[in-house]
Write a protein of this length. Structure first.
Length: 410
């Protein structure tokens, strides 16, 4: 009876896709988008336990962004041509295989290489999740709301379980849970429908795997559009602040005496706040332009992570995590919608890949830079220094945008 009711609902206007199509795509978003949040609980704590310096931790955390920086545009182009499904399976399997090997290998240069590979797998998985959504559900607003909710729920559920696994099972439990989370992406992807693509039925050849310069030129031409340039600059600041939270935030809290379970709970609180505030975006943009809302919320996300050393109790950390989540929840949908509009019809895939490339650059540079600063000034001071640099850069971007009224859209 329930099955018949679901089928009946799926035929109503706006709900023409059955749950057998929708459900697996939402599950892919749930796992693929949150693997970085889950890993951010385990990897910094393990590296600290290995005796790695702050600079070394920053370098290894940043290594996961190296391959996506160079190959995101190529990966997006392949997904457009051959479909995202089979490429995602291959990439997610890379994470499944490499993540459990970290504590087995132990040797830090080898860990650096493993981090590069696992980062490539997880990044391509998230890019593929967005591509699958566009190919199969055509960005229907109802489906987009469900997809966004599931993305946030992944970050809501995963980190506290990872913290519990680390605290109660140990290193093996933490990395084992990471591998299971990556396996969830594989399972969900295999359950998705085979979306149509121009060359979806063709076999991948070596010449297809090799990057094409034409794809890169087409993507980088988009960056010359003023609105695209402005949004990319602001989102780089936003991603840089998230990179601080994904690297040295849990390390600092452990050194301050908080457990991995508590750190996971803080990330869960932030994700829940972000899921809630994303529903407020339409009200926010009635009172100010989307561009200024993006700048202010991105600035807030920087402030609320940079002030971490000023907080001494779990209650204070909870309140600030809540505020940071509110900022992230407002900025993410603004960023995505503005980039789609700036990309124009027929170039949304390249626009998403361009954003991924810019984000990976910021995400790679930030922890490395912060690690180097922390090795000189101390970990607490590095939060203030990096936060100050990001806010200064955001102020320069805001001045540039204020002088370009053609960029700001009410």
């Amino acid at each position: 009876m329930a099955h018949n009711l679901a089928d009946e609902k799926s035929t109503k206007p706006g709900l023409d896709k059955p749950w057998s199509v929708q459900g697996p795509i939402y599950a892919v978003g749930f796992f693929a988008s949150s693997i970085t949040d889950v890993a951010s609980i385990i990897l910094p704590l393990w590296l600290a336990g290995q005796g790695a310096s702050a600079a070394t931790i920053g370098i290894i955390i940043g290594a996961k962004h190296i391959l996506p920086f160079f190959f995101a545009i190529h990966g997006g182009a392949l997904m457009d041509r051959f479909g995202a499904r089979r490429l995602m399976v291959y990439c997610a399997l890379i994470s499944v295989v490499t993540l459990p090997m970290f504590p087995i290998v132990g040797w830090l240069p080898a860990v650096f290489a493993l981090q590069m590979l696992s980062g490539f797998g997880s990044s391509m998985g998230w890019l593929g999740a967005q591509t699958l959504f566009g190919q199969s559900l055509r960005a229907n607003t109802l489906y987009a709301g469900r997809f966004s909710f599931c993305i946030r729920m992944g970050s809501f559920v995963g980190p506290p379980i990872a913290g519990l696994a680390w605290d109660h099972i140990g290193v093996g439990g933490g990395f084992g849970f990471l591998a299971l989370w990556a396996l969830g992406t594989v399972a969900a992807t295999l359950a998705t429908p085979k979306a149509s693509a121009p060359e979806a039925g063709n076999r991948l050849r070596l010449q297809d795997i090799l990057p094409r310069m034409a794809d890169y030129r087409a993507a980088f031409r988009l960056a010359t559009i003023p609105a695209m340039t402005a949004v990319l600059m602001v989102t780089v600041i936003r991603i840089a602040s998230s990179s601080v939270q994904d690297s040295f935030y849990p390390l600092y809290l452990v050194l301050a005496g908080f457990s991995a379970t508590q750190i996971g709970a803080l990330m869960t609180i932030s994700a829940a706040a972000a899921a809630s505030s994303s529903l407020l975006v339409s009200h926010v943009t009635k009172r100010m332009s989307s561009m200024w809302a993006l700048i202010i919320s991105s600035g807030g996300s920087v402030v609320f992570v940079a002030m971490t050393p000023l907080l001494s109790t779990f209650t204070e950390l909870t309140a600030v995590a809540l505020l940071r989540g509110l900022c992230l929840g407002i900025s993410q949908p603004l960023m995505l919608s503005m980039l789609i509009n700036a990309s124009g019809e027929g170039s949304q895939g390249k626009g998403a890949a361009l954003r991924t490339t810019a984000n990976r650059a910021a995400a790679a540079i930030t922890p490395v830079s912060m690690g180097l600063v922390a090795s000189v000034t101390g970990l607490a001071a590095s939060f203030f220094i990096v936060g100050g640099v990001l806010l200064s850069a955001l102020a320069v971007i805001a001045i540039y945008i204020a002088r370009r009224p053609d960029i700001v859209r009410e």
